[in-house]
Design a protein around this ligand. Structure first.
Ligand SMILES: [Zn+2]
Ligand SMILES: [Zn+2]
Length: 141
């Protein structure tokens, strides 16, 4: 099945349950990011993200924390338990990235690629056959 043009209706939230969100959108894509910022922000070797139009995402419960991790982009998280939830442009966001494993059903969306493999941790061995890009990949915004 081709995931493009596929409307997804999904829900998710943080570890402590304070934050809940809903997605009702056409999935743009999903993949693993191995960049240094995602590694630090998550404490994990890579983060799986799904990308949807910004208008298809809404918080339904709780107050998020926000951190500007670069000049134009912010990371959103639960300010109580720290779960990373979303990544988006600060000004006029067109899309939003949501952490795939904060979904209630993380199997609902499958990653399609790896990006920023130039900073992939060398003890992490990938045995999938997904394309690996050294940088942001062909879909860089
Ligand atoms: Zn929480
Ligand atoms: Zn990243």
């Amino acid at each position: 099945m081709n995931d493009s043009n596929h409307i997804v209706t999904l829900q998710g939230g943080c570890l402590c349950g304070a934050i809940r969100y809903a997605i009702d959108a056409i999935l743009i894509d999903a993949g693993f990011c191995h960049c240094k910022l995602c590694q630090r922000a998550s404490g994990a070797p890579a983060v799986a993200w799904l990308t949807i139009p910004f208008t298809g995402f809404s918080y339904t419960q709780g107050e998020i924390g926000v951190y500007a991790s670069s000049a134009n982009y912010q990371r959103e998280f639960c300010s109580h338990c720290g779960t990373p939830l979303a990544f988006r442009a600060m000004q006029d966001p067109k899309t939003i990235d949501v952490t795939l494993c904060s979904l209630d059903d993380p199997t609902a969306v499958k990653p399609q690629y790896h990006i920023w493999c130039q900073s992939k941790i060398n003890w992490l061995h990938l045995d999938d056959d997904l394309p690996q890009f050294m940088d942001a990949g062909p879909d860089e915004l």
